[in-house]
Design a protein around this ligand. Sequence first.
Ligand SMILES: [Mn+2]
Length: 273
Amino acid sequence: VATYLIGDVHGCIDTLEALLERTGIDPEHDRLVLVGDLVGRGPRSLEVLRWAFERAGSMRGRFETVLGNHDLHLLALARELAEPRATDRLDAVLAAPDRDRLLGWLGSRPLALAVEGALVVHAGVEPSWTVAGTLERAARLQGALAGPRAAELLRRGRPGELEPDDPTLAGLRHDLAILTRLRMFDAEGRPAPYTGPPGDAPAGLVPWFRVPGRRTAETTVVFGHWAALGLLVEPRLVGLDSGCAWGRQLTALRLDDRRIVQQEVAPAERPGH
Ligand SMILES: [Mn+2]
């Protein structure tokens, strides 16, 4: 039994299926975990969601995904809590006859997972968080997204526009942003909005995983989200977003032996198609 992890799929169903074929995964026995951002940007988010929903049924407990920022944006759009963007390409999902079933499944996915001793998140963690603490925060968020305050968590606005007075809600929104949108910290330890490659970042910014004293440093952390970083493989750190949404590659990692398999994005799924 092997465990496969796959980076940000972003609506590229043909690329995903071609990659899986090449990994040699055995869907009857192996485990498959996605690092989030199943949808958005790419052309066929509806097909990816249907594929994932079916896998969740057929592979039972052996298939999972953590939620990414684009997945949360889709959930917000469906509840009219966010403004559609031209790059989303999510109209087919929102108009689908099976959308409630698909979004009900998506909206109940975890924000972090422990898999075979590795910690899986979409974007990153705070340096002060332990593995257990990260999983606790993720579980609290998963519960909150299923509860009466889900709208307050999912609602997006301009920076500074949505600073809740309620410290519990502010804490949940902070944790959600860390787990699903983090790339770099500024010199004051605040998440920076910078999205480019770390080497081009303004002075004073540091990737979340390079902050000294990070309490998850002894655990293998697998994440996605940072396409400009590209594939990153270190003994205890794997970044899997290799830019599928930008016409580059989709990447799979076999956790057991660290084997990497990459698939070039299918021509019909490259930007502009
Ligand atoms: Mn992302």
